[in-house]
Design a protein around this ligand. Structure first.
Ligand code: FAD
Length: 155
């Protein structure tokens, strides 16, 4: 099958949207990712899949830690921004959670240390051990068939 057929098929699986963050020498880097899932309860593990070409791949390998912000439906602009879809650099106000930068108003904040990583084709699976977690009420931003949707639009 060609890449488009594969992408279209995978797009049938509706996901939430996260912004991953890490920090090295006081420099924060963020990146949009929807390849995120819970993996294990004991220990508490999650996984994210990051393209080998993304700067984030090397940065998480170096820092050994990252944070996850699960976006609410009001944060579409943040998702587009951290996917590099707006020109130029904007100032983003990160807040600190357990010493890691995260996005304000997200529904879930996680901080993780890298537990393991596996190269899988042109991506790397970073398995993170969750060190801290906090949640906030709200409805999630949804990504389905290559489009952002609100939960109301899925009905
Ligand atoms: P860059 O492209 O350099 O950075 C991303 C953007 O964030 C740039 O605009 C940059 O200026 C800005 N930025 C970063 N840090 C800061 C900061 N501290 N202050 C201000 N601005 C900052 N790719 C994957 O590998 N895995 C996925 O699961 C995945 N899911 C995606 C889901 C969606 C819905 C979309 C739209 C894209 C997804 N991508 C995914 C693609 C990925 O988000 C982009 O390829 C991204 O540009 C790669 O980021 P990068 O680390 O190379 O950094």
């Amino acid at each position: 099958m060609d890449d488009r057929t594969f992408r279209n098929g995978m797009g049938k699986f509706a996901t939430g949207i996260t912004v991953l963050t890490t920090e090295i020498d006081g420099q924060v880097h963020g990146m949009t990712a929807n390849a995120f899932m819970s993996v294990s309860l004991n220990p508490k593990l999650i996984v994210v899949s990051i393209d080998e070409r993304a700067k984030m791949n090397q940065l998480i390998s170096s820092s050994g830690q990252f944070a996850v912000s699960v976006l609410s439906e009001s944060q579409k602009q943040m998702s587009m921004y951290f996917a590099g879809q707006f020109a130029g650099n904007h100032d983003v106000d990160f807040i600190s959670f357990n010493g890691m930068p995260v996005l304000e108003n997200a529904l879930l904040h996680l901080t993780c240390t890298v537990y393991n990583k596996h190269v899988a084709g042109d991506h790397t699976l970073f398995i993170g051990e969750v060190t801290h977690l906090r949640t906030k009420e709200g409805t999630p931003l949804v990504y389905h068939e290559g489009k952002y949707k609100t939960t109301a639009e899925l009905n």
